[in-house]
Design a protein around this ligand. Sequence first.
Ligand code: MRU
Length: 364
Amino acid sequence: MTQPETLRWVGQTDGHLELLDQTCLPTQVVEIECLTVQEVWEAIRVLRVRGAPAIGIAAAYGVCLSLRPILETDPDSPQRWQSAMELAIKACDHLATSRPTAVNLFWALQRMRDAITEIQSTTTACGSSRDLAQRLLREACTIHEEDRQQCASIGRHGAQLLDDLPAGSGFLTHCNAGALATGGDGTALAVLYALAAQGKRPHVFADETRPLLQGARLTMWELAQRNIDATLLCDSMAAQVMREGRVRAVITGADRITNGGDTANKIGTYGLAVLARAHSLPFYIAAPTSTFDLTLDSGDDIPIEQRPAAEITTSFGCRTAPEKAQVYNPAFDVTPAELITAIITERGIIQPVTRESVSQLVAD
Ligand code: MRU
């Protein structure tokens, strides 16, 4: 079975963004059209599109949608040039408020801002909105294509790193760091797909990933599309599975990595790293270099998204806690660098994970 695309731009500059609505998986495969910046903002906010690289790409396409009203009426009018610029910048500002933790969102929006600045500085008097729209769409498509290629490289580097493990080895993963979370084949899952392509038959243990069940709903669905052997676990079962010797390594994605290697990822990841250390198992992070935030010295400085209490008390429409229960619902946690065996990037492997090795591989 071929997996529908996570996101794609349809048409030319006056086109639109199509998203696979991940809130409907695994029971329904629904594709939605986003025609406005606000629709993209909402899709990111409620996790119709999610995963660090994918929200960056969606936001970049979202900026392109800001020019749609002008393109429909006055694409070549020099009088509309200034308002076109303003609309695009306003879209960048607005989309940046959709989610706070994954740095890929801000990284992609910065690339769109740079494209706006570039066209502003190279246009002598008043340009046309059509030119700006073409430049923005070109940038968004490039971000998308680069991510596709980076996923493939992460897969190759990761499979090389894990080359010594016997065929049929078990791997524990958390949340969804696959094709549904990126513009390509994923990060952590790309490594496992690359192993599968080499005939290594990886067996994936997927944590269900409370409260929104990205592991159960999305990773298990994605692995089934690709005929990868997989077993679903409740989050609380990880320690037991490690103790029983069923997994040889833990591998997850990331939402933001500091200059010292501290890594924010889906809530529960930190606990897995602690458990992996207690069971002498390697703990790997797979992420593109766009997930690094070199301005941050410590994981404590990573903004952690707090999500609505209802995600825990009313799981998928069914009340699972008393009406007035107090709730704490951070969407991410931070794994300190010292618990991470290696970080697999598109440029190669960071091991050991130190400030020096991060800087060596990631700083341009
Ligand atoms: O809240 P989500 O579903 O956007 O969280 C996603 C994750 O934590 C992923 O592990 C991370 O973004 C890596 S995606 C390649």
